[in-house]
Write a protein that binds this ligand. Sequence first.
Ligand SMILES: Cc1ncc(COP(=O)(O)O)c(C=O)c1O
Ligand SMILES: N[C@@H](CCCC[NH3+])C(=O)O
Length: 424
Amino acid sequence: MTLPGAPFVAYRGTELFIDGCAASELAARFGTPLYVYSRRAMLAALAPYQRALAGREHLICYAMKASSSLAVLQTFAQAGCGFDIVSGGELDRVLAAGGDPGKVVFSGLGKTRAEMRRALEIGVRCFNVESEAELDVLSEVALSLGRVAPVSLRVNPDVDAKTHPYISTGLKGNKFGIAHDRAVAAYRRAAQLPGLKVVGIDCHIGSQITEIAPYLDAADRVLDLVEAIESSGLRIHHLDLGGGLGIQYTDERPPAADALIGALLARLDARGHGARTLVFEPGRSLVGNAGVLLSEVLYLKPGTHKNFCVVDAAMNDLMRPALYEATMSIVPCRLRDGVPVVYDVVGPVCESGDWLGRDRALALQPGDAVAVLSAGAYGMSMASNYNSRPRAAEVMVDGDVATLIREREPVAELFRGEHLLPAD
Ligand SMILES: Cc1ncc(COP(=O)(O)O)c(C=O)c1O
Ligand SMILES: N[C@@H](CCCC[NH3+])C(=O)O
């Protein structure tokens, strides 16, 4: 059976391997819940983007919200990537991981003045501005520092990315970006503000997109704008076409990254825009299939309506199933003989929404380790401490070498910084 994440996530005989490491051995050595990432899988996911863009002026800015642990950022920084950030905290992570701030694009619709100041002082490559009000504030902050902020406006192309409504961002009802029909006026305003320098345009239409067509529609809408803006005398240097490419969780068949980029380049070339600098902001497609969440089976709980398999990972570790009813593959780390039983795989958190998988046929015993596959994106980065559960540890494997890249959070960390009321 070919698993999502193959060839880096695959059975060898009855043992599930992540690259060259047996998953059940990692679970025993580092404990569970445990996120495990394959460095080689991440680099293999980046390669088709790099190949397709070779020979073009470009920058791949890894959207680090997908997985922001320092060793993950370090891996992409060393591979030449920049970063798409959405907060001052993410900027500090980039710096701590050795990333180049000159390759950072700063997205997000609620940047604070303090975040703008810090990003200007550090010298990010570009601010992706999401409203006209933000243009005014950014200009003011830049002037107060005696600097000029490089800006690109995130335009909302009103294109249906055909994905889950919670992760669709390019429709006119979404909060993101500047409406297509206001964009030319917004560019005029940006050009007049003394603290800003227009350098680009960008759009990002959503996440877990499994078709090429919405990207081409969005690119066309953006190019229409570029032509209108440039005819008014402004120069748009780079085009940032965002991220959003989907991955396989179960039976999805998203296009390969090089097929997507190839189709976009063909469209840009056909419309005479092929020589522009290109920026992409992929997140999930670089890390999603490279990671798994390992968990131990605590209890098997047969019932008259449902059988439950209670594991030690929960919605606080991986909230995609609870939040989006996302279906993610769950497999045993060691295959055992026995008739599979259909279980809901649930965590210990006190919420009925705390499930990782529903109606899964699995042959398991308490103490077995299971792996939730395709958990490398929006897993650990969305983890919380709900129910006062410390966050999981993380391991990076490279061949048969496993390195602890994040220690399991000590319980004492959970209330560090809290204070009891003074005694009477
Ligand atoms: C502005 C921006 N860029 C890039 C991304 C990365 O998206 P994905 O992980 O779907 O590639 C996101 C998240 O959807 C985003 O909001
Ligand atoms: N967190 C989402 C993706 C959000 C994309 C952020 N712009 C997911 O797990 O699918």
